[in-house]
Design a binder for this molecule. Structure first.
Ligand code: PGA
Length: 248
């Protein structure tokens, strides 16, 4: 299976900068050559713009969150059906910034994953430990608990999710997990998925947290790292393309 390199723009961009960034990416992707599968998870107001910019390209569209509810009186929320209207293929769920700043629980994240799948959208389920948890030796227990909630909720659809291991201490800090350190956690997640589905080979486990053009190749060379979730470096066309090329 090809590596999946997904950009997470977070709360960055404007109509003008998005167009310039995406056009530079698409120009860089012209011509033959095996590349990784690519996606960009963008802020909701730009879904329409991105849908038209990415139409017919090698880059799939994704959202950064999705509501745990189907529809109704949930002011400010965006439903999976709405994301589907804009041809979103992916939705990040349970990013640590949402768990941290918006109080998202494992149960809420699991509901979001379920809603996404029900609408035909692949959830990119983020798991990861804080520095405190790592230092307390709780890394495995934390990521397993976070993933278990989602597996419990999506049950037989487990083979349709994407998992992203993002150590919280590595996100936006410039501190990347060492490839072997990340691999160790990926192997734990892989085993957990294998125990939950008959088709574990379909589930990609991405690494996220300060992945960049320099460190991508060594991370993506690990046997259980199937791609990357890229924050900061997805805001620069050259860096994102270099990461995509590392995973090819
Ligand atoms: P970063 O973010 O690459 O800027 O560390 C990754 C993420 O939060 O998905």
């Amino acid at each position: 299976m090809k590596k999946l390199i997904a950009g997470n723009w977070k709360m960055n961009g404007s109509l003008a900068t998005n167009a310039a960034l995406v056009n530079a990416m698409l120009e860089g992707l012209e011509g033959p050559g095996a590349i990784s599968e690519l996606a960009l998870c963008v802020p909701s107001p730009y879904l329409a713009q991105m849908q038209s910019l990415l139409a017919g390209s090698h880059i799939a569209l994704g959202a950064q969150d999705v509501s745990a509810h189907e529809q109704g009186a949930f002011t400010g929320e965006v439903s999976a059906g709405m994301l589907r209207d804009f041809a979103c293929r992916y939705a990040i769920v349970g990013h640590s910034e949402r768990r941290q700043y918006h109080g998202e629980t494992d149960v809420a994240v699991a509901s979001k994953a379920q809603r996404a799948l029900a609408a035909g959208i692949t959830p990119i389920v983020c798991v990861g430990e804080t520095l405190e948890e790592r230092e307390a030796g709780q890394t495995e227990a934390v990521v397993k608990r976070q993933l278990a909630a989602v597996i419990h909720a999506v049950a037989h659809c487990t083979s349709e999710i994407v998992v992203a291991y993002e150590p919280v201490w590595a996100i936006g800090t410039g501190k990347t997990a060492f490839p072997e350190q990340a691999q160790q956690v990926h192997a734990v997640l892989r085993a957990q998925i294998a125990a939950a589905t008959a088709h574990p080979e379909r589930v990609r486990i991405l690494y996220g947290g300060s992945m960049n053009a320099t460190n991508a190749a060594s991370l993506l060379a690990q046997p259980d790292i199937d791609g990357g979730l890229i924050g900061g470096a997805s805001l620069k066309a050259a860096d994102f393309l270099a990461i995509a090329a590392s995973g090819a």
